[in-house]
Ligand binder design. Structure first.
Ligand code: FDA
Length: 508
């Protein structure tokens, strides 16, 4: 799981001419001059931070959610802009273009490979446009819609919806600190995906600033670009400054259950059986399994594998127990495994206010590496036994695998409806699973960014033929349509990173 990226992959062609330190210095000064001279009233100087500024480190680090990229060796931005107005964003785009700086757009900072705040290319000059001040939420209860800004986290959104209504929700991710700027740009799955699909399936309108600095909405950008920004990946088509989302109905009280089983408690057979049952359950059930290596509770100095079966049911405890007794008796679900709570409360065991805390994170301050796979056929018992051995071998403190079932509404939405194409199957996170996972392409979820499966050239320079291999894993047959949209809306490839969609002009 915790693989170190091969150094060879970092030593690739660079996008900007090499600058010696004196050139670099004047290059930085020239963009600062541009920002200060172009921005009306020069308000941008108050939200622009260079490494000499005492706040630079704390602003940079506040939204770094993967400590793997928070080291002294991690490439740092030459400056950070934290705009609090749209003209400041437009000025940053125009000056970055003029002075050939790459922009890294950051909303919540959860990018698995840190691409919103660093670059694997040590020679690239980039700045961070940190949207942390864009955090408004405006809920229209009568219309059951909301306008949200990109740095709003899922937790903040769930909290503000719950404040106004106990029977409305939004089908986005589970971790409360993830930013909706990045999450919706890549899809966004959570506990309501079997009932209502992805977050990106529930976007009605948007505001995006394009590479020319224009503000576009759904009508002015057209349906192709509106399709592309809902799942085609962040930092590719423009800067999302707002989403209009559709809220969905949920019961005032839902049921959350956790059952844990170790290998000694028949975990292998129950996980195996889970695969056959899970997509046949009502769409009101979300049901995932987390597999971890743990200390063996019955054998000193030994480890075992623990399977944690976590479910969320849009109904009562009794209703879920009856369903499980009929469809999945092997699990042995009991009342004491379950609690009834508000939908927004899942999976927290703390007051709802903790949803507002941007500093907590599922990954804590850990260095992590994540991978994703799609499983189309059930994994046999022997496959799981091999996985347990691999999990026990993993040379890191914590290695784990999450299996989350799609099905339900996800199977009803066509693969081309938005760029996210993986509408049927289970999700896993481990290379050992090669024989058991999707092939040609080996599919992956764009929001679980993984540079091991391929990347653009230095500084994010795109190359269509190279990008096609990792692009097909994330987007399958939607990749070419994404390239066509990119070619139309950003032919000069201003918005780019190591896994952004390249324009067709990059065919070499
Ligand atoms: P970040 O700010 O790092 O942005 C991610 C990408 O989007 C970057 O390329 C960035 O440049 C771009 N971007 C950000 N804001 C943009 C904007 N306004 N306009 C254009 N581009 C923009 N996913 C999921 O579906 N369900 C889940 O439950 C979880 N849970 C989860 C937990 C944890 C701990 C992590 C680390 C990640 C997840 N994810 C997830 C994955 C998550 O959805 C994914 O990493 C998102 O891209 C993160 O969005 P942020 O805005 O937080 O990241």
């Amino acid at each position: 799981m915790a693989r170190v990226l091969p150094i060879l992959l970092i030593l690739i062609a660079i996008s900007f001419p090499y600058l010696n330190s004196a050139d670099r210095h004047s290059h930085e000064e020239s963009i600062l001059e541009c920002l200060y001279s172009q921005n009306y009233n020069n308000t941008i100087s108050q939200v622009t931070f260079t490494p000499t500024n005492s706040s630079y480190d704390s602003i940079l680090q506040f939204s770094i959610k993967n400590s793997r990229f928070n080291t002294s060796a991690s490439p740092k931005p030459v400056l950070i802009v934290t705009p609090d107005s749209i003209p400041q964003i437009q000025t940053t785009i125009l000056c970055s273009k003029k002075h050939k700086f790459q922009i890294r757009i950051r909303s919540g900072g959860h990018d698995y490979e840190g691409l919103s705040y660093t670059s694997p290319d040590h020679n690239s000059s980039f700045l961070i446009l940190d949207l942390i001040s864009f955090r408004n939420i405006s809920i229209d209860l009568a219309q059951q819609t909301a306008w949200i800004q990109p740095a709003v986290t899922t937790g903040e959104l769930y909290y503000r919806i719950a404040e106004k209504s106990s029977t409305l929700a939004f089908p986005s991710g589970i971790c409360p600190t993830v930013g909706l700027g990045g999450q919706i740009s890549g899809g966004g799955w959570g506990t309501l995906l079997r009932k209502y699909g992805l977050a990106a399936d529930n976007v009605l309108d948007t505001r995006v600033i394009d590479a020319e600095g224009r503000i576009l909405d759904r009508a002015s950008m057209g349906e192709d670009m509106f399709w592309a920004i809902r799942g085609g990946g962040g930092n590719t088509f423009g800067i999302v400054i707002a989403w209009k989302i559709k809220l969905v109905p949920v019961p005032a009280s839902v049921t959350a259950c956790t059952v844990t089983r170790t290998l000694e408690q028949n975990a292998t057979e129950i996980v195996h059986r889970w695969q056959y049952v899970v997509d046949k359950l009502s769409n009101d059930v979300f049901f995932m399994v987390v597999l971890n290596r743990v200390v063996n509770p019955i054998q000193a100095n030994a480890t075992t594998i623990q399977a944690s079966f976590n479910s969320l049911y849009l109904g009562s405890i009794e209703g879920l127990i009856l369903m499980m007794e009929a469809k999945f008796p092997d699990l042995g679900l009991r009342r004491e495994n379950c609690v009834e709570m508000s939908w927004a409360g899942f999976p927290l065991n703390s007051p709802l206010e903790s949803l507002l805390d941007r500093t907590i994170s599922a990954t804590g301050s850990a260095k992590f590496k994540g991978k994703s796979d799609y499983v189309k056929e059930p994994i046999p018992i022997s496959g799981f036994e091999g996985i347990w051995e691999k999990l026990k071998e993993v040379g890191v403190q914590t290695g784990g695998l999450i299996l989350a079932s799609y099905g339900g509404k996800m199977s009803e939405i066509p693969e081309s409806s938005i760029p996210f194409p993986h509408r049927a199957g289970l999700r896993g996170l481990y290379e050992y699973m090669t024989p058991y996972v999707s092939k040609n392409p080996r599919e992956a979820y764009a929001n679980y960014r993984d540079l091991d499966i391929g990347r653009n050239g230095g500084g994010g320079e795109g190359d269509y033929r190279r990008a096609r291999s990792w692009g097909s894993s994330y987007y399958k047959n939607n990749f070419d349509r994404l390239v066509r949209v990119k070619t139309a809306v950003d032919p000069a490839n201003f918005f780019r990173n190591e896994q952004s969609i390249p324009p067709l002009s990059s065919w070499r």
